[in-house]
Design a protein around this ligand. Structure first.
Ligand code: THU
Length: 131
């Protein structure tokens, strides 16, 4: 799958976002080694702190379907003027399963940049830290 195709799957998810409070839709698409893609959107809640981000939605969908150590690339996109970077909680959640995950970060004009979780979240606390 091309980076463009993965990013487009994330853009498709913007219409599914439930964002009555922030009005800030985010879409995500997580590619696994076997080609499976898990998509996600942000789902907000009247108790604001119960909101789940788009990329965590995609991640928990993948893990709950049996994927753990085969994550290849994650696209995160938003209707924003700047490239949509993952929040701290999402960086931590992703680090648990894929500390070197490749990332595509997209903005409203559908341009995206490539980066990695290891660049955005160096020296994270992960499973090995508990040894
Ligand atoms: N949001 C995400 O979905 N992913 C991020 O990493 C950044 C923030 C969502 C949460 C909330 O619904 C909205 O964007 C505004 O914070």
């Amino acid at each position: 799958m091309t980076d463009r195709a993965l990013a487009d799957l994330a853009y498709d998810m913007l219409s599914r976002s439930y964002v009555p409070y922030s009005k800030f839709p985010v879409g995500a698409a997580l590619l696994c080694a076997d080609g499976t893609v898990f998509t996600g959107c942000n789902v907000e809640n009247a108790a604001y702190g119960s909101t789940i981000c788009a990329e965590r939605t995609a991640l928990v969908k993948a893990v709950s379907e049996g994927h753990r150590d085969d994550f290849v690339k994650l696209a995160i996109v938003g209707n924003c003027s700047d490239f949509c970077a993952p929040c701290g909680a999402c960086r931590q959640m992703l680090y648990e399963f894929a500390p070197n995950l490749e990332l595509l970060l997209g903005r409203e004009d559908r341009e995206f940049i490539k980066t990695s979780l290891s660049d955005l979240f160096p020296m994270g606390f992960g499973p090995k830290s508990l040894n």
